[in-house]
Design a protein around this ligand. Structure first.
Ligand code: PLP
Ligand code: SF4
Length: 347
C-alpha cells in the first residue's frame, strides 16, 4: 500500500496541529491507511477524526483514566489466541494486522507488537479446544482484520470449525468493506466464503459517510455468497454521538441490507478516552430512535464491563411492573396499562 507517498501528498493540507500530532503520537500509536480511506478522510470530517492522530490520544491526564486492556482479553485466554468468556461462544484473535488503524481502536495495545498471524500449529490448538468444549456453538474470528490472513489458512480454519458438529455458527469480524472495499472485491476472499455454510460477517460502520458506492459493492459481493451481515458501531464523541447521525447511519445500513446489531459505548481504553461518552448518552439516543424508526433498524446499545465481566445491553426502559400489571410506554410516549396474563390474577 503506497501510504507513505499518499501521506506526503496530503501533508500540505494538514493543519499545524495535525502535523504535530503525526509527529508526537505515531511513535506510540502508529498511523496506517489505504488510499481509499485516506481519500474519504479528505472529504469527510468524521472520517478524518477516525483516521488522523490527535494530541488528545497522548494527553497524560485524560488518558490516565484508561487501561490498555480493560476487558482482560489477555488474562482470560485459553490458548494463545482464544478467549472463552461466555458459555456458548469463544473469541479467536487471529492477527493484529489492519490496513487502516482506527484512532478509537480498543486493541491499540497490539499495534506496536510485531505483526502476527495465527500459525498452523496455533490453529490446531484452537480446533482442539473448541472440539473438546461442546458448549461452544459460536466461534468469533476477530483481529486485527481476519480477511488479511493468508486465504488458505483462513479457509482451513473456517472449514475445520464448520466440521465440528456442535459449532453452529462462525462469525468473522472485519472492517475491510469500510476501509478497504477494493480488497474485498479484488482478492479471492469471496471465493473462500462462497464455500462456507455457517459463516456470518460482522462489519463495522460508524458514520453514514463510510457507506460509499464502493463500500456498498463490497458488501453486496459478500451477500452474494449467502452471508448474513450485521454491523457493530462504536459510539464516538464528536463523530457519531447524535440521534440524527445514528438514525441516518442505521437507515442507510438497512438500505444495503445490513442489520445494525450493536452500538457500543466506547471502552475505557488508554489512548481512546477522548472519544468516550457518558453511558447515559447512548441510552438517550436509542430512546429517541425508538420514537422515529423501526426496531429492525435499531441495534442493542451495550457496555462492556471492565474487568472482563462481559457485555451488558442497556436499552431504555419501556415498561415498569406495578403489582400484577405492566405499564408500557408506546413509541410516541403514551403510557398504557396491561394485564400480565389472562384471565387477570385475583379475579
Ligand atoms: C464480544 C465478545 C463475544 C461475542 O459477544 P456477542 O454479544 O455474542 O456478540 C464473545 N467473546 C468475547 C470474549 C467477547 O468480547
Ligand atoms: S479495524 Fe478494528 S481492530 Fe483494526 S484498527 Fe480499526 S478498530 Fe482496531
Amino acid at each position: 500500500m503506497p501510504v507513505a507517498g499518499s501521506l506526503s501528498r496530503i501533508f500540505p493540507f494538514l493543519s499545524g496541529e495535525e502535523k504535530e500530532a503525526f509527529r508526537q503520537v505515531t511513535p506510540i500509536y502508529p498511523f496506517s491507511t489505504t488510499d481509499y480511506y485516506l481519500d474519504l478522510a479528505l472529504r469527510s470530517k468524521a472520517v478524518r477524526k477516525m483516521l488522523f492522530p490527535s494530541l488528545e490520544e497522548i494527553d497524560p491526564v485524560l488518558q490516565s483514566f484508561g487501561e490498555d486492556d480493560p476487558l482482560r482479553e489477555e488474562e482470560h485466554k485459553k490458548t494463545s489466541y482464544l478467549t472463552h468468556r461466555y458459555p456458548d461462544r469463544v473469541l479467536v484473535v487471529v492477527t493484529n494486522y489492519c490496513p487502516v488503524l482506527c484512532r478509537f481502536c480498543m486493541r491499540k495495545r497490539n499495534w506496536l507488537k510485531p505483526r502476527f498471524f495465527i500459525t498452523e500449529e496455533e490453529i490446531e490448538n484452537v480446533l482442539r479446544y473448541v472440539s473438546a468444549n461442546e458448549t461452544v456453538r459460536d466461534v468469533l474470528i476477530s483481529g486485527g482484520d481476519p480477511f488479511y490472513l493468508e486465504l488458505e489458512r483462513l479457509e482451513y480454519l473456517i472449514s475445520s470449525l464448520e466440521k465440528i458438529p456442535h459449532v453452529e455458527i462462525v462469525r468473522i469480524g472485519t472492517r475491510s468493506p469500510v476501509t478497504d472495499p477494493e480488497w474485498v472485491l479484488k482478492s479471492d476472499i469471496c471465493e473462500v466464503l462462497k464455500e462456507t455454510s455457517k459463516v456470518w460477517v460482522n462489519v463495522h460502520y460508524n458514520h453514514p459517510d463510510e457507506i460509499t458506492e464502493l463500500s456498498t459493492s463490497a458488501v453486496r459481493e459478500l451477500q452474494k455468497c449467502g452471508i448474513p451481515i450485521n454491523n457493530q458501531t462504536v459510539l464516538l464523541k464528536g463523530i457519531n454521538d447524535s440521534a440524527d447521525i445514528l438514525e441516518n447511519l442505521f437507515r442507510k445500513l438497512q438500505s444495503i441490507r445490513v442489520r445494525p446489531y450493536y452500538l457500543f459505548r466506547c471502552d475505557p481504553v488508554k489512548g481512546v478516552l477522548h472519544f468516550s461518552t457518558p453511558i447515559s448518552k447512548g441510552i438517550e439516543i436509542i430512546r429517541t430512535l425508538f420514537r422515529r424508526i423501526s426496531p429492525l433498524a435499531i441495534p442493542y446499545y451495550a457496555v462492556d464491563v471492565p474487568g472482563g465481566l462481559g457485555k451488558v445491553p442497556l436499552m431504555p426502559e419501556r415498561y415498569r411492573k406495578e403489582g400484577d400489571k405492566f405499564v408500557l410506554e408506546t413509541f410516541n410516549g403514551r403510557k398504557v396499562i396491561m394485564e400480565d396474563e389472562f384471565p387477570p390474577k385475583g379475579e
